[in-house]
Design a protein around this ligand. Structure first.
Ligand SMILES: [Zn+2]
Ligand SMILES: [Zn+2]
Length: 198
């Protein structure tokens, strides 16, 4: 399915996003600028990967999530495409695949309409996700901390509960999301149901 961001009707919250020079909307969680990430100490989360990238002036780095905005989305139930709140009675939709061997997602949930738009408009999703690609929908989502220790020859990944102080000496990178009581559709059924029409 070719990317069709010029012809697919844009959901209203997507219209408010910053655009590339060609006019394509840039998803809320996309990193900006040249890797301004660093590790700092924060009282609530201990060692934490922080980022000072500026979403309205620096160029997007597609394929890379800003850790600050990624965590904000997961923690505050914001849509990973448009950055606006997802209501309590609305589905969070997950279009990426879970981390291998788990039901945990690195990409936070999105509005159904925003994700449907992204399947059509994002060149990577359009190329990589076929008609049978699974889309997970859930009204309730748990989150966990993904902490990451960087070593020269190997990294180590650990998943912690938010109230677990024991991980605070390993840098917090992202929050991972676990959809509860999820229902699963294939991509085409999902698009039939949720792709906005004009
Ligand atoms: Zn950033
Ligand atoms: Zn949205």
């Amino acid at each position: 399915m070719p990317a069709a961001w010029r012809t697919t009707p844009m959901p209203e919250p997507v219209q408010a996003l910053p655009r590339t020079s060609t006019g394509m909307p840039v998803p809320f969680t996309v990193s900006r600028g040249h890797d301004p990430e660093r590790i700092a100490y924060r009282p609530e989360t201990g060692l934490t990967v922080v980022c000072d990238c500026e979403p309205h002036s620096e160029p997007p780095v597609f394929g890379s999530q800003c850790p600050e905005r990624q965590r904000q989305c997961a923690r505050d139930r914001l849509c990973s495409v448009c950055g606006q709140p997802i209501g309590d009675q609305e589905y969070s939709a997950f279009g990426a695949l879970p981390m291998p061997g788990t039901d945990l997602y690195l990409e936070p949930g999105a509005h159904t309409g925003c994700l449907a738009y992204a399947f059509r408009a994002c060149p990577v999703l359009a190329r990589e996700c076929g008609p049978d690609h699974p889309v997970v929908l859930a009204k309730r989502v748990h989150t966990y901390e993904m902490r990451r220790f960087y070593a020269p020859d190997q990294g180590m990944l650990a998943i912690h509960r938010h109230d677990d102080q024991g991980g605070h000496d390993t840098p917090l990178h992202l929050y991972v999301s676990q959809p509860l009581s999820a229902c699963v559709l294939n991509r085409d059924s999902f698009l039939d149901r949720f792709l906005p029409t004009d």
